[in-house]
Write a protein that binds this ligand. Structure first.
Ligand code: 2P0
Length: 339
């Protein structure tokens, strides 16, 4: 009896957990799904975790709570809460519990700006909530579960350079590390430009991909591209790698631009910085850009060129702020709870 009581007490004490997840930037992008509900992507993708963009989330399940409470960056937002509660429901079902939860989450970067807050957000929620619920899942199973919350979230769980294998079924669509964070001495500079809040969410954007006349061509060539990028990372062939990453980003934006309705995530400053990056290359500095579903740019360079490149980039008219990132390890559980 005493043992059971102690066990229950321990369980109750442990029903709170905190996870810190990096955001990630894709070199080969996820744009378009083959199954909306399961969030099965149209193609596999390759990414790296970012050391400077992080979400920390604390989840506590308790019978004291009459309903789920979700606070993100100090605010309660009904639309975001619905998606979080749907994810908590998946986790409660797995853990066979019915307790309500309190979720407090903070990003160290602006959300809904094209910096992937849903990736780090749903990765942190998945790991904090499963841990709080007492579930012991493998990394692979955590990536599968995180994917149901937001596709790109599965890539923020494993370490360093990550591949999300598209798969054809729920269990075969998961992410895994292909190289640890320290494998390659590169930096990713996030160049924040002036831009309004995103009008079209990525979830809605994905649905439009198939309306582009070029989407079929993209899918026809994507597996070759994935093999090539893995080879270039393995061999650390930076210039060829950078060129492929930049072309891939432009290809994804070509799909966005030619969808019906058309999606234009760029701002005038986005194009100005793209041109600046190309000028820097003409001056002999190997730096390449990639852009997600937003106006900001992610500039990739080798660490040996970092000082010269940041000096030339300078913040000012076009670039409002630069956030330096190195390849980062994946998600961690921490005892620094937010409440
Ligand atoms: C990526 N993006 O590979 C691509 C590039 C944005 C542009 O993954 O609907 O927020 O939640 O599964 O994960 C953004 O898509 O979409 C994204 P959902 P998600 O990083």
């Amino acid at each position: 009896m005493l043992i059971i009581m102690r066990k229950e007490l321990k369980l109750r004490i442990n029903m709170k957990a905190t996870a810190a997840a990096p955001s990630n930037i894709a070199f080969i992008k996820y744009w378009g799904k083959k199954d909306e509900k399961l969030r099965l992507p149209a193609n596999s993708s390759i990414s790296v975790n970012l050391s400077g963009l992080k979400t920390t989330t604390t989840v506590k399940f308790s019978k004291e709570y009459k309903q789920d409470k979700v606070q993100i960056n100090g605010q309660v937002n009904k639309k975001e809460s619905i998606r979080v509660v749907e994810h908590l429901d998946r986790i409660r079902k797995l853990a066979k519990i019915e307790l309500k939860a309190k979720v407090v989450s903070v990003n160290n970067f602006p959300k809904s700006s094209g910096l992937a807050s849903s990736a780090s957000g749903f990765a942190a929620l998945t790991v904090a909530a499963t841990s709080a619920a007492g579930l012991k899942l493998s990394e692979k199973q955590l990536t599968i579960l995180a994917r149901l919350g937001s596709g790109s979230a599965c890539r923020s769980i494993p370490d360093g350079f990550v591949e999300w294998i598209a798969g054809k079924t729920h269990q075969s669509s998961f992410a895994r590390s292909i190289y640890p964070a320290k494998y390659w001495d590169i930096s990713i500079l996030v160049a924040l430009v002036e831009g309004e809040k995103k009008k079209v969410s990525t979830t809605s954007g994905h649905k439009l991909a198939r309306t582009s006349p070029f989407f079929g061509t993209r899918l026809k060539n994507i597996n070759r591209k994935i093999s090539l990028i893995k080879h270039l990372i393995k061999e650390k062939k930076f210039r060829e790698f950078g060129q492929l990453v930049e072309n891939e980003s432009l290809e994804m934006h070509a799909i966005m631009l030619t969808s019906t309705p058309s999606l234009i995530y760029w701002q005038p400053a986005t194009v100005a910085v793209m041109r600046h990056v190309r000028d820097l290359r003409h001056q002999g500095l190997p730096v390449y850009f990639t852009i997600d579903a937003g106006p900001h740019l992610f500039l990739i360079c080798q660490n040996s060129d970092l000082t010269s490149i940041t000096e030339r980039l300078k913040t000012g008219r076009f670039i409002k702020k630069i956030i330096l990132n190195r390849p980062a390890r994946g998600i961690i559980l921490t005892s620094n709870h937010l409440f």
